[in-house]
Design a protein around this ligand. Sequence first.
Ligand code: NAD
Length: 530
Amino acid sequence: MAPVIAPFEATAVESIPSTVNLCKTTFRTHKSKPVAYRLVQLRKLWWGLHDNMEALTEACKKDLGKPVFETGISEIDWCMNDIIFVTKNLEKWAKDESAPDIDLQNKLFSPRIKKEPLGTVLIIGAFNFPIQLSFGPLIGAIAAGCTAVLKPSEVSPASAMVLKKIVEEYLDPNAYAVVNGSIPESTALLNEKWDKIFYTGSGNVGTIIAKKAAETLTPVCLELGGQNPAFVTNHADARLAARRLLWGKLHNAGQVCISQNYIMVEKDILPAFIEQLKVAIKEFYPKGQRNSEDFARIVNNRHFQRIKKMVDDSKGKILIGGEMDESDNFIEITVVLVQDQNDSMIVDESFGPLMPLLAVDNIEEAIRTANSVHSTPLGLYAFGSKAETTKILNEVTSGGASINDAFYHGSIPTLAFGGVGDSGQGAYRGKASFDTFTHRRSITTTPGWIEKMLDIRYPPYAGKLEKFRKMNGKKANFDRNGKEIKGLGYWLRGPSFKAGLVRWVLVAAVAFGANRYATAGAGRLPSWLR
Ligand code: NAD
């Protein structure tokens, strides 16, 4: 029997301030801070996911036609494994750290970093991975010792209701809550004062969130989108590039923030690449995507129309696919050869199964194009020789990158994930999820017996500056032109091959001299040196 999923119901706006207040009050009681409490909450969340696997799978099917396999690997199992990883490491992460790079005299003050929860945080999720993008940050918030309110995306309404049920049934209701709804509910949440807002979604809404947060100096983590470029050079393996980039578009029917938005292909390899795309599509979907259980649907009619319009407005030529069915929000993987970067399929993020190809003469042209379409994309994918992919990495920035693959870097659950510039700020996943909700508090302890040494800091100051400089002053190791002055330290450290060589010559000379000395006048050497 299919699990029963409650129909979507927005949370009453009037109830939001008291819900937030309860989470804040609980934080102030320090209840959420002990590691033992955090571990119990995380383990309960694991069980909540475990017990609701069927409902979550069904909800993702309802919302996005998400294949069971995809819901497993990138939603449910993802979060459950994340909880296990976090609970195994939490004691270690939560421990005080001794502060790095402290000079000897300041070590006497026991400088350390204490990890403190930021407080009560707001998490706003997006629709495309309704479980992972909501529970992923929530796991980080609980691990850090925060209390939290989660607002899942109303665009995936069935999933939002299951998330609410899990949080309410499994977690401490005084510390964690789910508010469901759309703009009115989000606005009511944003009218509250938070200790951090973690937002996943579009840049437009990200701007609204950041402006609102700025009014109260609230820190934000913004996980946004970006028109991610892919590069296929003449030295790439056409088959591998085709299969892997297809994977980047077939997962969740391309509704993935890090999937490539457009592919720049060097002209010589273009025919082989197109041929291999056809071969791979046939292999992955022998009966077509329409009849396959392994291909998701576009989340709703609004997004269907948006993606359709990008294809309709394109001046390019459809090479593969193009089939659409509005009644089912179905859009086939559609490969289009576009003429230039101003095509409707490149200027906006498709967030769907579109694969515009742009033929380029060389990688310099591809790099120029990528940098003019979007200077700070979320992801970048390069196929080619080592020299070419290194050049691309060095000359096009992005939040993350996968070489020789579509978004592989984004599929490693413990690798920090985040954007740069327009594609976001802050990062999470693995330990980074704990860090993003943690304040690293610097603490020193001044012992009583040290008072004599501290005398220098108290007035009267006369004569003390010179003394201070003698004790603390550092000698510059660079000249007026910013060039490093290569003293003995430089040669001994060996920052280059040449310096390394000099170091070894020096060491050999000293050893040789010692040996000569020992042989000639062994009687004068202490016995342990002979
Ligand atoms: P969405 O419609 O799910 O909206 C995201 C969230 O913002 C929802 O919870 C929604 O209720 C809320 N929201 C919408 N309007 C709001 C407003 N005016 N005020 C306050 N909150 C509001 O998702 P979307 O925005 O359509 O998401 C698609 C975009 O998100 C794409 O650009 C995609 O690349 C990006 N995305 C980024 C990541 C990432 O990790 N970087 C992940 C997924 C999606």
